[in-house]
Design a binder for this molecule. Sequence first.
Ligand code: N01
Length: 547
Amino acid sequence: ASAETSTPDTGAIADEYDTIVVGAGFAGMYMLHRVRQLGLSTVVFERGSDVGGTWYWNTYPGARCDAESLVYNYAFDPELRSDYQYRWPERFSRQPAILDYARHVAERYDLRRDIRFDTAVTRAAWDEPARQWVVETDRGHRVRARFLISAVGCLSDSQVPDIPGLNTFRGDWFHTGRWPREREVDFSGKRVVQIGTGSSGVQAAPVIAQTAAHLTVLQRTPQFTIPAWNVPLTPEVVDASLERMQQMTAQLGDTAKTRRLWEIFGTKKTFDDSPEEREAFFEQLWQSAAGAFPFGYLDTMTDPAANEEAAEFVRRKIRSIVKDPETAEKLMPRYPIGTKRQIVDTGYYETFNRPNVTLEDIRADPIDRITPEGVVSASGKLIEADVIVFATGFDAMTGPLFGLNIEGVEGRKLQDAWASGPQTYLGIAAHGFPNLFMLTGPGSPSVLSNVINSIEQHVNWLTTLLEHLQEQHVDRIEADLEAQARWTQHCTDTANETLWPQTDSWYMGANIPGKPRVFMPYLGGNALYQTEIDEVAQKNYEGFECR
Ligand code: N01
């Protein structure tokens, strides 16, 4: 890992800005770059001590991106992209490499001077007479701005489950999304209990197992994961990969504009192929598709029988990799493949062949409590631990927004407006919350895309809108209730064409007790979504009221 850049918070804060941006991850950084070009005075509040967002906080062992390095970066400046393309060390970057890139971008565009680090927004209230947002921070600032832009990310509100006795545990415990940065966590000689087997847990377990005396993985829901087949990026591999990506884009051509997310890669349906052809095709996907495995055939995400073919292929793989049949059986996922966020791994199933790794099924025998010695199950079994790792995920999409304590027109809280699920127009604006924009908000493709693409898409579109407002001398814009209802219904209808809503996942809010069950992101995919938001802009921002 590179050394932490020192970012002393010396910048003064004015009483008033044109724009306040919350968060200095990839969304906040690019937004700052663009609003500066419009000449809008702007401050960014960031609760971390440096840029990078997700890639600042998630320093857990094995943290890595499952989108390819060559595309998981900004496209807005072709020179930035080409200058950097031979610097990515691996096909799938580790967290430190991505954080280095974020820092490089901050330097290159001189972003830090407008970012106030170690500063969390604690409240944002709309002042109707002034047509401004009043934003408060945990450092006692109270600052006004015409526009409030949330760049808080979708997966930044870490969740440690409420297990009785955690405060009595005598060892260390950590959440993957809030991993300690001040010191290296050393697992050697330690008995480690890991709770959770989503993307974070699946990345962490193989790395923890390499040094821990013993690792016990507590699994509530077995998940499908596809090998990353990560490789170092030599210049030859870079050139070949860029060519492959260009070919794919050319093949898709204009058809991309009308294909939904699950239709982007496929050219045929599952049962168009004979069983032998299918097996060969799944094998090809297993070897090369990584996270796109469930999109190989056009109907995997819509036809239960087709989905089961793909799921069974992966189950056979698990049986062939995991040597102990009983452990293999415990690892068998039973939900439609792809309907939880598709995991990509390096040696996950193989980890259970190690003599120092045990898998416990906590669906069958749930966690009852934590004691000073470790974790105790409902049946009374004690799993002794020196360290507990919570890979238990996030209050996704709405959690980070609610954390800002946003109060809109007449003091209405965003939490209350969204009590039965998020309601947005285009995933970026909400009725009752004028001049508030949510980058990669609920109802946009965000987490169901290469999220940096989604970020740039939102920032570009919003920059054009802000420019339009400047030209028209408009200082208040709000989504219409009716346009919002139509958009929210469109997102739900799109999801209901697929198998996604059938599974308990964080997309559905199912991981958070009491959270409404609503499929939160938009499944249209980036290309179709671009067409849709462009159309709104062309129709003079139809669905927004400007005054
Ligand atoms: O979190 P998760 P994550 N008791 O919610 C379990 C992105 N990401 O941090 O499935 C016991 O997926 C829970 O069980 P269940 C990516 O979008 C990307 O792993 O709810 N167990 C599950 O096993 C990803 O999807 C990368 O039954 C409990 C796990 O904890 C998203 O972040 C890397 C529990 C949580 O899995 C979130 O991933 C990492 C409880 N009370 C993350 N509560 C990339 O590679 C939860 N669990 C880009």
